[in-house]
Design a protein around this ligand. Structure first.
Ligand code: SF4
Ligand code: SF4
Length: 115
C-alpha cells in the first residue's frame, strides 16, 4: 500500500487529482484538473502545471504549492513533518485555511493530539 502523504496544511496529497494524474501519467486527468482549478481559483492553470508528487516529499510540485503556498514555505523552513508538529500549531495562517478546509483541521488535530 502507498504511504499516506499529508501536506503541511493537512491535505491528503494521495487523494489530490494532481497527485493521481502524475502517478498515472494521465494527461486527460491533467487537462480536466487544470480546467476545474482554473475555474475554482479564478486564474489560468495549464495542464502542464498539474504535476505533483506530494507536498512533503521529493519531486515535482504543482506550481502553486511550490511557489505560492505560504503554509508549505513556513513548514519547510521549520523542517517539520507537517504543521501538527509545529510549536505554534494551529497558527493564524492555518486557522484561516481551515475555514475553507475543515477536513484538514480534523487530520492535523488528530496528529497533534497523538504526538
Ligand atoms: S502538494 Fe501537490 S499533491 Fe499535495 S495538495 Fe498540493 S498539488 Fe495536491
Ligand atoms: S507557523 Fe507552524 S503551524 Fe503555522 S504554517 Fe508555519 S509551520 Fe504551519
Amino acid at each position: 500500500m502507498t504511504e499516506k502523504i499529508i501536506g503541511f496544511c493537512g491535505l491528503i496529497c494521495n487523494e489530490c487529482p494532481a497527485f493521481i494524474a502524475t502517478k498515472n501519467n494521465d494527461h486527460e486527468k491533467r487537462k480536466e484538473t487544470a480546467k476545474l482549478w482554473s475555474k475554482e481559483f479564478k486564474t489560468e492553470i495549464k495542464p502542464d502545471e498539474i504535476n505533483c508528487t506530494g507536498c512533503t516529499v521529493e519531486g515535482v510540485k504543482f506550481t502553486h504549492c511550490k511557489y505560492s503556498c505560504e503554509i508549505r514555505k513556513c513548514g519547510l523552513g521549520k523542517n517539520i513533518k507537517n504543521c501538527a508538529y509545529c510549536e505554534q500549531y494551529p497558527c493564524v495562517k492555518l486557522r484561516e485555511f481551515f475555514k475553507m478546509a475543515p477536513n484538514c483541521e480534523l487530520t492535523l488535530d488528530k496528529i497533534s493530539k497523538s504526538r
